[in-house]
Design a protein around this ligand. Structure first.
Ligand SMILES: [Zn+2]
Length: 299
């Protein structure tokens, strides 16, 4: 699978390829422009986190990993090599739907080794002012996300269980968003060199400037998309219930480090066969996600 585009933050042109990897290897990024230098997608390699989640090892950077990681976790891809020839992943349409479509068209091969998840045994929480994120024991992979942003977003709550609801239909189409009022400041800071109305929802107090939205609550669904991608840095899919309020990349990755450090809070658990085979049904739901966008609203 090959993807070409520009990085949202750097504006750098990049070509990316996804290659099969042996069981147990996890998700590994490879910079083909730097002698195939490899950076595994795990929490200890998380770099500075502000507008995006980036990985760094020995001074080599891979930026804005969250949308691809989200698609891989959402679609049940455990082992893959991600080759790219620049420092930032392509933003594509601002969602993870292009990745989901490509994964479904190529297919996923089941490997002999049984899959494992991180089963949460005890609550782990991170609080910072009015921002909060916590993970709790529970079956499936349930996420409750609450945001409270200025107009036109306001208060939004998304609740999804990836064990029963399809990632491709409910989460993958949700795009990145930003406020028109912040655009010039962010451009001046060089933080959104690749941003355009084709890869991000541009919000004014009256509504999206480049509507229609794909869902009425597209913004909070995108926060769930980012969260799934950031929690992928735990190394495996989570089995438990995540609650996030006004969080962002820094809070998401702080939860990953706290969880990884507290070895009594989780165990590695074999994924039940019934859940493994559930991925096959994802394909049946994708045309609905790719073609019709439920709950469209005007700009
Ligand atoms: Zn995002």
């Amino acid at each position: 699978m090959e993807f070409a585009g520009v990085g949202l933050h750097s504006g750098a042109p990049v070509t990316m390829r996804l290659l099969p990897a042996p069981a147990g290897s996890g998700i590994v990024f490879r910079r083909t422009d730097l002698d195939n230098f490899e950076i595994p997608a795990v929490g200890r390699n998380v770099a500075k986190v502000s507008y995006a989640t980036s990985l760094m090892r020995q001074g080599v950077l891979i930026s804005t990993t969250e949308h691809l990681l989200s698609a891989l976790i959402g679609m049940g891809v455990d082992n893959v090599i991600v080759e790219l020839d620049n420092l930032e992943l392509p933003i594509l349409d601002g969602s993870s739907l292009p990745y989901v479509g490509a994964i479904l068209s190529v297919g996923i091969r089941s490997q002999r080794r049984r899959r494992e998840s991180i089963r949460v045994l005890r609550p782990v929480e991170v609080r910072e002012g009015n921002k909060f994120i916590g993970v709790y024991p529970g079956s499936g992979y349930r996420i409750d996300y609450i945001i409270d942003f200025p107009a036109p977003i306001g208060w939004q709550h998304a609740s999804v269980d990836l064990a029963t609801e399809t990632y491709g239909a409910f989460i993958a189409p949700a795009r990145t968003f930003g406020y028109k009022a912040d655009e010039q400041r962010l451009r001046n800071m060089g933080l959104i060199r690749g941003a355009s109305p084709e890869n991000a929802i541009v919000l004014t107090p009256d509504g999206p400037e480049n509507g229609p939205l794909r869902f009425i609550d597209e913004c909070v669904r995108h926060k769930v998309l980012d969260l799934i991608g950031d929690l992928a840095l735990a190394g495996r899919r989570i089995e438990g219930h995540v609650v996030a309020e006004r969080a962002g990349h820094a809070m998401h990755t702080a939860l990953v480090s706290r969880l990884m450090k507290d070895r009594s809070a989780w165990e590695l658990a074999r994924v039940p066969v019934a859940e493994e085979s559930a991925e096959g049904s994802e394909a049946a739901h994708l045309p609905a996600a790719a073609m019709a966008n439920p709950a469209l609203i005007g700009a």
